[in-house]
Structures are given as structure tokens and as C-alpha cells.
Design a protein around this ligand. Structure first.
Ligand code: NAP
Length: 250
């Protein structure tokens, strides 16, 4: 399956100390990539899992939304030498009814989920264009890129925005050999959805409309991310691949 091999590539994954980001980093490493994690703290478990696969792991400590993307990418290049892949995964969520939603909860979410993702993509794309090599960018969207959701106004805005941005960047950068795509996870069992899973009524409502009949697990994203970051996706641009147990089809 050479088409899916990431041997010799370096992949930057944001927010990979746990949750979906950790699963993305491990899947990319399993396919042969070395990993640059961008995290607020050291990512001990992710480093151990990547290194156990015989790959190199670099950790860049950064606060997305306030640290400059140019500085993050410069530090990554100083450590890893190059970047071929970016997985914009780090994300945050704030829950409150729209009538009560506070401006700081708008900014906190949009700055990380949308603004930081754009400026990191811009920096990585500049590096790829300078090197005149092909590259892959995968943005982690959501089913709320397609639906309104409830009590998560800044999250829905950011995830709808990231889908539009994925398409715009795909249009602009296809000519440079850069594929920009998105993965739209459904309802996955991570810290992001802990409050939902603890709310018996919401949890039952959600589970009741997932055709697959279960919450997603982080490893459910492995095949999708390897595909979109590999040569197998060379002619795939601006696509959002839902990995949602059928939620959007319902
Ligand atoms: P998670 O377990 O809460 O992980 C979020 C990751 O993002 C963590 O590594 C977190 O770091 C990092 N992060 C958040 N704010 C950051 C900041 N300012 N700077 C640096 N890193 C930051 O949630 P998850 O479910 O794995 O979410 C990963 C992505 O998938 C997010 O974009 C989320 O919106 C998206 N998503 C999740 C679901 C789901 O059902 N779980 C569904 C659709 C989409 P810390 O550990 O330091 O907080």
C-alpha cells in the first residue's frame, strides 16, 4: 500500500497531547511520518506512542490563539528541518445559550479554532511553496460545520468557518500542489464531549440518532487522516470527510 505511505514526511499536529489529536499523530506516525506536536504542555504519552513506532517526535510548546503562527512554525522547522503535513486539530468549546453568550467565550473559541488554524496553514503553505514540494493540510471540522447545533454559538461559527476556509485554501493552493481538506468528526468520546456524555438526556438523544449506535472513538479517525495526508488523496481538494457513524446521513 505504497500509495498510503507517509515515509519520509514530517507532520505537524496541533493539540495532540490527548483526544483526537493524539490519535491523529499516532496514525500518521504508523503510516511512516515523523511528528511535530504543538501543545500547551509536554505530550509525554503521545511522544512515547510515536517513538514506540520508531518515529521521531518533537514537541513545540505554544498557546494557540495568542502565540504567533510564524514563531511556532520557525521553532518547528528549527527542530524538524521541514514540514510536509499540517493537521489543524487543536480546538476548544464553550457552552451557553446564545442569549447569554459572553464575548470572551466567543473570542476564546474563534481565536483557537479558526484564526490560529488559518495562520498556521498560511505559514506551513509558505514553507511548502518556498521548497516547491507538495503538501497536505487537514483541518478538523465538525458535524457543526453543516448543522447549527445548540448552545455553542462560537463553536458552530468556528467550525462552519473552518469548512469555508478549507474550500478557499484548496482553491488557492491546489496550483502549488497543496491539498487542503477537512475531516468532520461526529460525536466522539473525548474531553470535548464530556459534559454532553454526562448529561443523561442529551447523551441519550445523541446516541439515539447515530446510525452506528455508538459514540466515536479517537482511533476511528486514523484511516481518514492517513488517506487525506497521503498520495492517495493527490486529486482530492476542498473535501470534508465526515467520520460520524452516519450522523449527517440521518
Ligand atoms: P480535547 O480532548 O478537548 O482536545 C483538544 C486539544 O486541543 C487538546 O490537546 C488541547 O490542549 C488543545 N488545545 C485547546 N486549546 C488550545 C490552545 N489555546 N493552544 C494549544 N492547544 C490547545 O478535544 P477533542 O475532542 O480531541 O478535539 C480535537 C478537535 O476535534 C477539536 O478541534 C474539536 O473541536 C474537534 N471535534 C471534536 C469532536 C468530538 O466529538 N470530540 C467532534 C467534532 C470535532 P489542552 O490539553 O492543553 O487543553
Amino acid at each position: 500500500m505504497k500509495l498510503f505511505s507517509l515515509e519520509g514526511r514530517v507532520a505537524m499536529v496541533t493539540g495532540c497531547n490527548k483526544g483526537l489529536g493524539q490519535a491523529l499523530a499516532v496514525a500518521l506516525a504508523e503510516a511512516g511520518a515523523d511528528i511535530v506536536g504543538v501543545n500547551r504542555r509536554s505530550a509525554v504519552e503521545t511522544r512515547a506512542r510515536v517513538e514506540a513506532l520508531g518515529r521521531t517526535y518533537h514537541n513545540i510548546e505554544a498557546e494557540l490563539g495568542s502565540d504567533k503562527a510564524s514563531n511556532i512554525v520557525d521553532r518547528a522547522l528549527a527542530q524538524a528541518g521541514k514540514l510536509d503535513i499540517l493537521a489543524n486539530n487543536a480546538g476548544t468549546i464553550r457552552r451557553a445559550p446564545a442569549l447569554e453568550f459572553r464575548e470572551e467565550d466567543w473570542d476564546a473559541v474563534v481565536d483557537v479554532n479558526l484564526k490560529a488554524a488559518f495562520f498556521l496553514a498560511q505559514q506551513v503553505a509558505r514553507h511548502l511553496v518556498d521548497r516547491e514540494v507538495q503538501g497536505k493540510i487537514v483541518n478538523i471540522a465538525s458535524v457543526l460545520s453543516f448543522q447549527g447545533g445548540i448552545r455553542v454559538p462560537s463553536y458552530t461559527a468556528s467550525k462552519s468557518g473552518i469548512l469555508g476556509l478549507t474550500r478557499l485554501l484548496a482553491n488557492e493552493w491546489a496550483e502549488h500542489g497543496i491539498n487542503v481538506n477537512a475531516i468532520a468528526p461526529g460525536y466522539m468520546a473525548t474531553d470535548n464531549t464530556q459534559a454532553l456524555r454526562e448529561d443523561e438526556q442529551r447523551s441519550a438523544e445523541i446516541l439515539g440518532r447515530i446510525p452506528a449506535g455508538r459514540w466515536g472513538e479517537p482511533d476511528d479517525l486514523a484511516g481518514a487522516v492517513v488517506f487525506l495526508c497521503s498520495d492517495a488523496a493527490n486529486y482530492v481538494h476542498g473535501h470534508a470527510l465526515a467520520v460520524d457513524g452516519g450522523w449527517l446521513a440521518r
